[in-house]
Design a protein around this ligand. Sequence first.
Ligand SMILES: Nc1ncnc2c1ncn2[C@@H]1O[C@H](COP(=O)(O)OP(=O)(O)O)[C@@H](O)[C@H]1O
Ligand SMILES: [Mg+2]
Length: 326
Amino acid sequence: MQEIWTEKYRPKVLKDVIGQETIINRLSSLLDKKDLPHCMFTGNAGTGKTTTALAIAQEIFGNQWKGNFLELNASDERGIDTIREKVKDFARTVPIGASFKMIYLDEADSLTKDAQHALRRIMESHSNVCRFILSCNYSSKIIPPIQSRCAIFRFAPLKEENIMQYLRKISESEKLKIDDETLKLIFEVCEGDMRKAVNILQIASAGVVPEEKKKCADLKCATADIIDKHTIYSLASRDPEHTIEMIAVALKGKFQEARKLLAHLLENLSGEDVIKEIHNQAMNLDLANDKKIRLIEKIGECEFRITEGSNPKIQIESLLAQIGIL
Ligand SMILES: Nc1ncnc2c1ncn2[C@@H]1O[C@H](COP(=O)(O)OP(=O)(O)O)[C@@H](O)[C@H]1O
Ligand SMILES: [Mg+2]
């Protein structure tokens, strides 16, 4: 079975983590002093939080890192009591070849406020042997007493050159022939999320037609250069072409036709995907400024209702109706 590329190519050392120079420099100088405060890594998915934590563990503990490193996921573990038990068990044995052990708690922002207060106490009562790295998407969801006990590191979405560089390296080592235009498209749909970019590259390059593969066999390469735009868009749950068409039709006041296009989009995409794409396209529309502002406002409201759980079809239809009379 083929290995998952996000694991196969995950950097093992801090200096190989790309695009987060300030963070890596700060961490490296902390590690030079052989110490680490409790840390908080915040930022979007796929920007290197887990990778950085694993690299720190390997740098501090060397070959012994597995015995000194515990990874927990706050949203998997059944409540703070399970976390407390696991931390207690882990802290019971002494660290090997170091003065402390490390606990990486992923998705810490999924804990309730009460659970976070309990976590703060756990961090305190074990701080002589354990350093915590908490990871979360939004630091604002973490209670201030935890924030003030941590060094905070903000992971930014990865830039075009970072993602292109990384995808090129993978393509080379997988002997994939893939052009820059395709890589650029993957960057555009991945929204700074490296995990998403790598997964799209792997799935898209596996999905080439066997006949083309045969043709290419003597070149010893897969035929990723034939990955087309549509494959990438569909892997990223996007359909800009039909979305643009739907908005254009709605702007002309042809509501019934726009509804049909929406029904078609919703066959393959979720309501969230569709409203996000409408938002992506809205800024490029050839519309007077005041109309554009009203449109963005309505998109915001529609998105809010959908994420709060109301029926996406009804909400987007209502948006399309309003677009006709902006
Ligand atoms: N800054 C980065 N440098 C190199 N690879 C990265 C970076 N960010 C993410 N990746 C890659 O994307 C995948 C997910 O990264 P991970 O660190 O688990 O993200 P998260 O921030 O969600 O914890 C891994 O395969 C990793 O190699
Ligand atoms: Mg992670």
